[in-house]
Design a protein around this ligand. Structure first.
Ligand code: DGL
Length: 293
């Protein structure tokens, strides 16, 4: 993806330097709610605006340009809403676009990556499963993450086709989902894996299903708390930490109808949320400036 392939983010948009401003968190869909849960636990005083691009999920089945285009459009939208910092709570969007967003947008920014390093540290059998989207697994960023550990640890890379779609419909336990998950986990268990990297922010919502299949044989590596701590450090360094009383409810936004987000927030986060429908046009969809003749 060349830097010129999307319109540049509006250079007049700068993150607000106001500590009471919200943190923007975004994901292709509902997976980022697992990161939001950790951010609320680590940083209870922070206000949050969450965007689920559920109209366009799963990103893991889209081409690279599409993912870059949506990521930049949503980051720009969050800054326009007054965000003081951003969390790209999507491994797939991070893998494809974080460097570009960092380059184009002056805002403290945290991305997420599969927890390859912590998995390599804790695995005793030296066989580690990695469940992530196809886009994440084939990205140069992921390969670079893997390289330093691939010498003394066997990583079994498994694209989680179908899993994001299941979570997007709030399916975390149907027989079809269990069968799909089992087909991904069985070869890892047979090969002696003792650790599983949840390389997509949707997958922590499948932890119970994974436990049902694998029992205690797999330690699950979920990086959401590490991401929240990284955000904490970044806000601190930039003097942007909010010290007001805890904010009651994040602002939840969705590019789709928001019904699944409302359900998942209620069942898995115990939050009785109202979800705003938002329209965030892609850069590619914007009409070109008229020619001046
Ligand atoms: N939660 C996203 C991730 O972490 C899911 C990607 C998708 O929409 O396929 O990769």
């Amino acid at each position: 993806m060349s830097a010129d392939a999307v319109s540049p983010l509006n250079p007049t948009l700068r993150a607000t330097a106001d500590a009471s401003a919200p943190v923007g968190i975004f994901d292709s869909g509902l997976g980022g709610l697992s990161v939001l849960r950790a951010v609320r636990a680590v940083l209870p005083h922070e206000r949050i605006v969450y965007v689920a691009d559920s109209l366009h999920a799963p990103y893991g089945e889209k081409d690279d340009d599409f993912i870059v285009d949506r990521t930049t459009a949503i980051c720009e939208w969050l800054v326009a809403q007054g965000a003081k910092a951003l969390v790209v709570a999507c491994n797939t969007a991070t893998a494809q676009s974080i460097a570009l967003v960092r380059e184009r947008l002056a805002i403290p920014l945290v991305g997420v990556e599969p927890g390859v390093k912590p998995a390599a540290v804790v695995s005793k059998s030296r066989v580690v499963g990695v469940l992530a989207t196809q886009v994440t697994l084939r990205s140069a960023r992921f390969q670079a993450l893997l390289d330093p550990y691939a010498g003394d640890c066997r990583f079994m890379l498994q694209p989680g086709h179908g899993l994001v779609r299941a979570v997007e419909r709030c399916d975390t336990s149907s027989p079809q989902l269990m069968a799909l998950l089992e087909s991904y986990l069985a070869p890892m268990l047979d090969a002696g894996a003792d650790t599983l990297v949840l390389g997509c922010t949707h997958y922590p919502f499948l932890d119970r299903a994974i436990r049902e299949i694998a029992g205690e044989r797999l330690q699950l590596v979920d990086t959401s708390v590490a991401i929240a701590r990284q955000l904490d450090r970044l806000l601190d360094t930039n003097h942007l930490k909010n010290d007001a009383p805890p904010d009651a409810m994040p602002r939840f936004c969705s590019t789709a109808d928001g019904e699944s987000q409302r359900q998942l927030a209620a069942s898995l986060l115990q939050l009785n949320a109202t979800v705003e429908h938002v329209f965030i046009p892609s850069h590619r969809m914007r009409l070109p400036e008229p020619d001046i003749v």
